[in-house]
Design a protein around this ligand. Sequence first.
Ligand code: AMP
Ligand code: MG
Length: 409
Amino acid sequence: MLPVDQAESILLNLVHPLNGESDQEVVGLLTASGRVLAQPLVSQLDFPHWDNSAMDGYAVRYEDVVNASIDHPQELEIIEEIPAGYAPQCTIQTGQAARIFTGACLPKGADTIVIQEDTERLGNRVKILSTPEPHAFIRYQGSYYKAGEPLLIPGIPLEAPEIAVLAAAQCTHIPVYRRLRVALLSTGDELVTPDEPLKRGQLVDSNQYALATVVANLGAEPISFGIIPDQREVLKNAIAHAIEKADIVLSTGGVSVGDYDYVEEILTELGGTIHIQAVAIKPGKPLTVASFPHCLYFGLPGNPVSALVTFWRFVQPVIKKKSGLLPKFWQPEFVKARSLQNLKGGGKREIYFWGQLQLVKGEYEFQLAPGSQISGNLINLAQTTGLAVLPIGQSEVKAGDFVQVLKVR
Ligand code: AMP
Ligand code: MG
């Protein structure tokens, strides 16, 4: 039985992230959401593209208005009106100004904006009623970003802010890592699909749906292999097929010590290298991991809570790392939270309690899911947002004390 941190480091070392060249594809701006950038991007544009005004007002020469005040207004001739999107034609000479609006290009000769509120308009002349700071309200070309500098680096997830940057930089063909293919299969003679009538002794395959959801949420492509009965040859064929098709295979069930638990033997027969056979984690002890030349296989425990807990703790960072993300995006996120209930530990395994993480007055609180915390009870798993961790050797966390909590969404 491997300690959790050891199992985690074995796993993360097994991951070969996708390759920025051979595993990339090109997508458009509206399909880039949630994808991972595969290549460094550079823009040929300066940001801002032109010197422009940050306010509605008048573009002036600072030297003309240096002594302006309410008592000594400075009067200037307005020679041009410059709305946003318009290229100014004139050059501002001594004694002249241009009417200008937010975002509009600064005309030649001007070096300062006087905001509208500090002026009085008289036909084609304007009175300046106060002295601005030199260069006031000018957004200079290239002051945010200079053409040719690195714009976005590979390994970052593309969400609204990054997509806005790409759009503004006119990058319409975006190199992203391809989606990981994650095969899902549920093992067990007792399993039926959610739309099949349930006979006595049967159980609905919920794992397939839970895993398809979390896999898709990570931007990977779930490939469903359905329910596979506990028949050695059938299961072996299904596993062989899944390994061939996918980057990562997630099966559930069949990894315990029961007579119908064939997964580990089959993985060995198929030439896999077994790296993990059991982990000191509760729930989730039977987690089995094997590697194949182009595929990583996770035999997750069958119980629905165990399957999701081991997914969140071990599979999620693996999928994220393999997707090409930088470490700061794939490392599991633990926070310190005040437990609202007593958490009882003990035994030879690290214990994961499920419940809700809430931020209350700047401090995290962990609310244990009410009811039975056993791995077969998936009902109280609904609304879980965090897993509180009791390390081996710690017998309890008292209500009001702090506990480490793994954020799961
Ligand atoms: P196993 O390790 O195959 O014995 O599975 C452990 C328990 O998990 C079984 O007794 C089932 O009750 C449950 N189980 C297995 N597979 C699934 C599944 N796909 N969905 C929901 N529960 C499952
Ligand atoms: Mg089974």
